[in-house]
Design a protein around this ligand. Structure first.
Ligand code: DGL
Length: 261
């Protein structure tokens, strides 16, 4: 049975990339809700409704386990959805927090994500539950995902934007930065340049793959990846490789999601 993975758009392919590296034999069904991206400025109610429709689609198509690659959906919707969904749901928060625990000494810890992720307080709460002694500095960084979508992964403008967002955290001398958004693994180069090598970066896509190790079998034959998008694949097609890396995509198809009541 395939593993279901979904995101608001194609950014979640960074998580697929990490999952495929860790579990090459697993067939993956990926849904990118490109018709309704971004989720990062939407309400919990809306993101929960969208996520429910995608989960319904993935379950109907045979997914036995679903990874919520979108950090915004993980922060706003996963807990509520777990009450009513019959397949295991893996959000990004638990694994991101676990990875931060492994690398952080005495803090302070920074978290960056979409406006909705940071406003939800989900990462801040989860981090302070495991380490009440840590100082946590959270910053919404809504300009970063669009920069990545434009493939502005480095250069003066991106560096300035990153620096401006991170300055308050740098003043507090964070030791760890949690990248709580699908797009941010592609900005590791510029983040390293701005923060220096002493700040550990927690890549939530790698952390998520690692957290699934105990549930996924390791077999070497190659699994298939099917990508479903809710809008015409056209404008997103070229960007798929940015997020996914080079690797064979079985197919990209447009789908219509059914409302779930
Ligand atoms: N995929 C979203 C996330 O990880 C970022 C893009 C959006 O705002 O939808 O939070």
């Amino acid at each position: 049975m395939p593993l279901g993975v979904f995101d608001s758009g194609v950014g979640g392919l960074t998580v697929v990339r990490a999952l495929r590296a860790a579990f090459p034999s697993r067939d993956i069904l990926y849904v990118g809700d490109t018709a309704r991206v971004p989720y990062g400025n939407k309400s919990a109610e809306t993101v929960t409704m969208y996520s429910r429709e995608i989960i319904h689609f993935l379950k109907k198509n045979g997914a036995d386990r679903i990874v919520v690659a979108c950090n915004t959906a993980s922060a706003l919707a996963v807990e509520k959805l777990r009450e009513s969904v019959s397949v295991p749901l893996h959000g990004m928060i638990e694994s991101g927090v676990q990875a931060a625990l492994e690398v952080a000494g005495s803090g302070p810890v920074g978290v960056i994500g979409t406006a909705a992720t940071i406003a939800s307080g989900a990462y801040q709460t989860a981090l302070s539950q495991v380490r009440p002694d840590w100082e946590i500095l959270a910053q919404a960084t809504p300009l970063l995902a669009p920069l990545v979508e434009e493939s502005w992964l480095q250069g003066e403008v991106t560096e300035k934007v990153v620096r401006r967002y991170l300055e308050p955290m740098m003043r507090e001398k964070i030791r760890v930065l949690v990248l709580a958004c699908t797009h941010y693994p592609l900005l590791k180069g510029v983040l390293r340049k701005v923060l220096g090598s002493e700040v550990a970066l927690v890549d939530s896509s790698e952390a998520c793959a690692k957290s699934l190790e105990s549930t996924e079998a390791k077999v070497v034959e190659k699994g298939e990846l099917k990508i479903y998008l809710t809008d015409e694949p056209g404008p997103f097609f070229g960007r798929v490789e940015n997020f996914l890396g080079s690797g064979s995509v079985g197919s990209i198809q447009r789908i219509a999601l059914e409302p779930v009541v």
